[in-house]
Ligand binder design. Structure first.
Ligand code: KG4
Ligand code: ZN
Length: 358
């Protein structure tokens, strides 16, 4: 008789998605319920922390109930309760953490605290075969840009991170500059389909030779100056002496084609930066496989450019299914399964931390 699967119940509430999931043996997603808050934050063009934590409080009960009902397994079959404990918005994290502690206590199950960004690096496994380690993992999301060398799901060494904005944040801010709506990533991608990449010259910021860190704020500012003009010199050309189409006009005065060309050019530069950093990390670490995760991994141009780079390097590439790119509790349950096997359990003193370290 085969061994019954180890089922983990997980909660995720680190930013603006309330999610609960049941995952068997770290791979098979039995249920994954996500309640987003885009309508709430859209008019502010970004996540408002206080609104986010209040919305988590309202959503967490129904989301838990739906995930438990949808998974088709009773509480007796659940091995442990996992929860994102870092990094994230502290008020948001605390809602999931308190709910998870309560369930672990009432059900008498072990509690597991999971690093959200490491879980993004694990997400390509969900619904598929286990990842073949070691790998270089690139996480590109709304709050993070991180490169890791992973020896296993739980042995993760940081190679690089963003020194300013995250790539998803840059997508959201560029969408705001172009008046395309929120969340910005999908809006920029849609608009970019009508444009030509490279039509607007933008800086490909790679930092110093061999650096595995990221910087996206210069790129975002270049788009801002291209659209709205350089402050104090609204009508003057840019640093390279160019007066590109729409230079300094403001988004409301740009044609649809001009907006599309900016979106396509910006998106191509983000994809290029991510692909080059993957190549550098492979060369640096010696790992011969790549995994990509995070909300920006939903972007078709990013996926294609990183895939092209991986093929050129002869490295297999794993990317998450679309549903597991953006924040979800299935990836938390998936990684928690490996922590469970490794005996990495928490107790009811588990704390939330807004930072990636701790
Ligand atoms: O992973 P995620 O849900 O949250 C964080 O952990 O931060 O990522 C959300 C980010 C947002 O910034 C959103 O604009 C971006 O992922 N995103 C995209 C796309 N879909 C979502 N960025 C580019 N293209 C997309 N299609
Ligand atoms: Zn995330």
């Amino acid at each position: 008789m085969s061994k019954p699967p180890t089922i983990i119940f997980a909660l995720e509430s680190s930013c603006d998605d309330t999610s609960a999931a049941l995952v068997a043996d770290g791979l098979e997603v039995l249920s994954n319920v996500v309640a987003g808050q885009d309508c709430l934050h859209g008019r502010f063009s970004g996540v408002v922390p206080e609104l986010a934590s209040r919305a988590h409080i309202e959503a967490i009960g129904p989301v838990i109930a739906e995930a438990l009902a949808g998974g088709g397994v009773g509480q007796d079959r659940i091995a442990a309760v996992a929860v994102t404990c870092r990094p994230g918005l502290i008020g948001s994290l605390l809602v999931g953490l308190m709910a998870a502690k309560t369930l672990a206590y009432v059900w008498g199950k072990p509690l597991i605290g999971v690093n959200h960004v490491h879980a993004h690096a694990y997400s390509p496994s969900l619904g598929g075969e286990p990842i073949g380690y070691p790998v270089v993992a690139l996480v590109a999301s709304g709050g993070h840009a991180a490169l890791y060398h992973c020896q296993s799901p739980t042995e993760v060494t940081a190679l690089g991170q963003t020194i300013d904005d995250a790539p998803g944040e840059a997508f959201d801010k560029v969408a705001n500059i172009l008046h395309l709506g929120y969340p910005g990533g999908p809006a920029v991608e849609r608009m970019a389909r009508e444009g030509t990449a490279g039509a607007v010259p933008l800086p490909v910021t790679l930092l110093k030779d061999g650096s595995l860190d990221f910087s996206f704020s210069g790129l975002k500012t270049a788009v801002l100056y291209h659209v709205n003009g350089v402050p104090g010199a609204r009508l003057s050309p840019d640093a390279a002496g160019r007066k590109g189409p729409g230079y300094g006009k403001g988004a409301e005065n740009l044609t649809r084609q001009e907006l599309a060309d900016i979106a396509a050019s910006f998106q191509a530069v983000v994809a290029e930066i991510l692909a080059v950093k993957c190549r550098r990390a492979v060369e640096y670490s010696g790992a011969r496989s790549i995994v990509l995760g995070g909300g920006v991994a939903r972007n078709s141009v990013v996926r294609a450019r990183v895939e092209e780079m991986a093929n050129r390097l002869g490295c297999p590439l794993r990317m998450p299914a679309m549903a597991y790119c953006t924040d979800n509790a299935a990836m938390i349950a998936g990684l928690a399964y490996h922590q469970y096997l490794a005996g990495d359990l928490a107790d009811l003193d588990l704390e939330a931390s807004p930072t990636i370290r701790v």
